[in-house]
Design a protein. Structure first.
Length: 76
């Protein structure tokens, strides 16, 4: 893990097309702006974890016979 110190209005550049700018620092909170291509997914860590858990729960409840039946109906 790379750890950098930045001040307000300073930037971090990732690759050729992602810029992270520190917009505000106050009382234990840092606000950042991210400039990245539209196709780049940007998620807060806790939201990514929530989505991963929901996907695992949904997959665990999948009935394989239902999937096979659907596949036959779709002709795949």
């Amino acid at each position: 893990m790379l750890i950098l110190s930045r001040k307000t209005d300073e930037e971090i550049v990732l690759g050729n097309d992602i810029v992270i700018k520190i917009t505000e620092i106050s009382r234990g909170s840092v606000k950042i702006g991210i400039d990245a291509p539209k196709e780049t997914a940007i998620l807060r860590g806790e939201l990514k974890e929530k989505i991963e858990r929901a996907n695992k729960e949904a997959a665990a409840g999948t009935n394989m016979e239902d999937l096979a039946s659907l596949s036959r109906k779709l002709g795949k």
